[in-house]
Design a protein around this ligand. Structure first.
Ligand code: 6PG
Length: 246
């Protein structure tokens, strides 16, 4: 593992493969679990976390006391939990169905609800559950992915206003499909104690290079505006994702 600490708030952790990258995060997650009585984590969706969830459900399963872990979602597609597009369903398939975690620890976005109503409801649930700092709820961990367009959670480049939205949750719209998604807003993500990007594969390399080297139109990418206001930021990357980084 190579560690490059840009400053006390941000650290790149680079591994040889997606599996090693997932293991690196899993070990970090376990360390934080042991340091905290209860832990709230907002999970990312898409495909990258599947390797991580499979690892947590197998090799790391017995290391965790899952009754002390509260699962939230950083974003969720506005579909029923049975839909193959659901991030919650993906997490059930790869993790939740394989571990002993109380149902009361599963704080899913009700994707079957009206999107705007659910954004309000989920924000209220988060506000009720978590401690507050600077007027916003504090997640112990926010796990993020990054799309090929530089989006993160469901904050897409055409909705940069969600990076500064005062609400806890808002509606992000996938520009390709038009799909509504409930997403945490930028200020809530940046209010977390620990923010971890998990980005692997060649498809991330261009944006990783542009964001870290502040090149081209990098400020147009939501992922380049993720910066903890009082916590720490880690980028978990594999070699393919950093191929363009000098
Ligand atoms: C989602 C995710 C999204 C994802 C990126 C990367 O709901 O799709 O939360 O932000 O992390 O799109 O997706 P991949 O991991 O599939 O590349």
């Amino acid at each position: 593992m190579m560690v490059f600490t840009a400053n006390y708030k941000m650290e790149k952790r680079i591994f040889d493969s997606p599996q090693a990258t997932a293991r690196g995060f899993a070990e970090h997650f376990l360390k934080l679990h042991k340091e905290n009585d209860n832990l709230s984590i907002a999970l990312s969706g898409g495909s990258t976390p599947k390797i991580l969830f499979d690892l947590l459900a197998s090799e790391f399963k017995a290391d965790f006391d899952w009754s002390k872990i509260h699962l939230y979602w950083g974003d969720e597609r506005c579909v029923p939990p049975s839909d193959d597009d659901s991030n919650y369903k993906m997490t059930v398939d790869h993790l939740i169905s394989k571990i002993n975690i109380p149902a009361s620890n599963l704080h899913r976005v009700l994707g079957e609800n009206d999107p705007e109503d659910e954004a309000i409801r989920y924000g209220e649930e988060i506000a009720n559950d978590l401690t507050e700092q600077a007027g916003l709820p504090v997640f112990d961990i926010v796990l993020l992915g990054m799309g090929g367009d530089g989006h993160t959670a469901s904050i897409f480049p055409h909705q940069m206003e969600l990076m500064t939205d005062k609400r806890i949750c808002a509606i992000g719209i996938n520009p390709d499909s038009g799909q509504n998604r409930v997403t945490l807003t930028g200020p809530v993500i940046n209010n977390a104690k620990v923010i971890c990007f998990l980005a692997t594969g060649k498809g991330k390399a261009e944006k990783v290079d542009e964001i870290f080297n502040k090149k081209n139109n990098y400020l147009a990418y939501p992922a380049s505006h993720i910066y903890p206001t009082h916590g720490n930021l880690f980028w978990y990357l594999d070699q393919e994702a950093v191929t363009k980084l000098k």
